[in-house]
Design a protein around this ligand. Structure first.
Ligand code: DX5
Ligand code: ZN
Length: 212
């Protein structure tokens, strides 16, 4: 299993300490939630903050672009040091093309699907992606309840792609991580659970232990 904690729910005026603790806990990715106020209502942050976070340690960063025209943002986040770029199938008519372009740039590509989006949106681009991100909440906010029915899509993807990274994002905590793993997910985003933990490293250990 791989952990990709999101910094979304950390205090915006004090994200350095929590990020350093995530590095200390040897998580696999730092997950950056970028929202543009159009694809989803909130606005978060841009590539400058990604670059600042990248300077805090060696854990690779993945950017989750919840934006319209995601391709307009690829260069900025690659230049900021992101090694994996994930965008939404719902945000473009050209997902396969954009994944190929990302790989040509030397970074990993990922496509995300919302709870209401059929799994076929991922199946159509399997040959071009390094990670399939199945949203287990509607994108836009941390701290929402896990939508278990999304795991049917994880099962379907796993049945046709035995070695692909399948990531789940939204509502992941020690109570939900096991069902996601059992469905076939192997990469887990967690935001508010770790932000609320009194000790981040212990929170990471609890997620790992619950995953089994
Ligand atoms: C939701 C984001 C998630 C979110 C996860 O729009 O993509 O990464 O921050 O946060 P929790 O774990 O609180 O659902
Ligand atoms: Zn995310």
């Amino acid at each position: 299993m791989k952990l990709a904690p999101s910094i979304l729910s950390f205090p915006p005026d004090n994200f350095r300490d929590p990020v350093r603790q995530l590095h200390g806990a040897q998580v696999d990715w730092i997950h950056l939630d970028v929202m543009d106020g159009q694809f989803v209502p909130p606005i978060t942050f841009g590539a400058d903050l990604a670059a600042a976070i990248g300077k805090l340690g060696a854990v690779p960063m993945e950017v989750h672009l919840m934006t319209k025209s995601p391709e307009a943002h690829f260069d900025a986040f690659i230049e900021a040091g992101c090694q994996r770029v994930i965008f939404h199938a719902e945000a473009t008519a050209h997902a396969h093309f954009h994944c190929a372009a990302l790989r040509k740039r030397g970074v990993q590509s990922g496509v995300a699907i919302n709870p209401a989006t059929p799994v076929e949106a991922i199946l159509a681009v399997l040959d071009a992606i390094d990670v399939a991100l199945v949203m287990t909440v509607n994108p836009g906010w941390g701290g929402q309840a896990f939508i278990a029915s999304c795991l049917d899509k994880v099962r379907k993807i796993r049945s046709v792609a035995p070695s692909l990274d399948i990531e789940v994002d939204g509502g992941i905590d020690p109570n939900t991580i096991r069902s996601a793993r059992d469905a076939g997910a192997n990469v887990f985003v967690s935001g508010s659970y770790l932000a609320k933990a009194t000790n981040i490293q212990q929170g990471v250990q609890e997620l790992r232990a619950a995953c089994g």
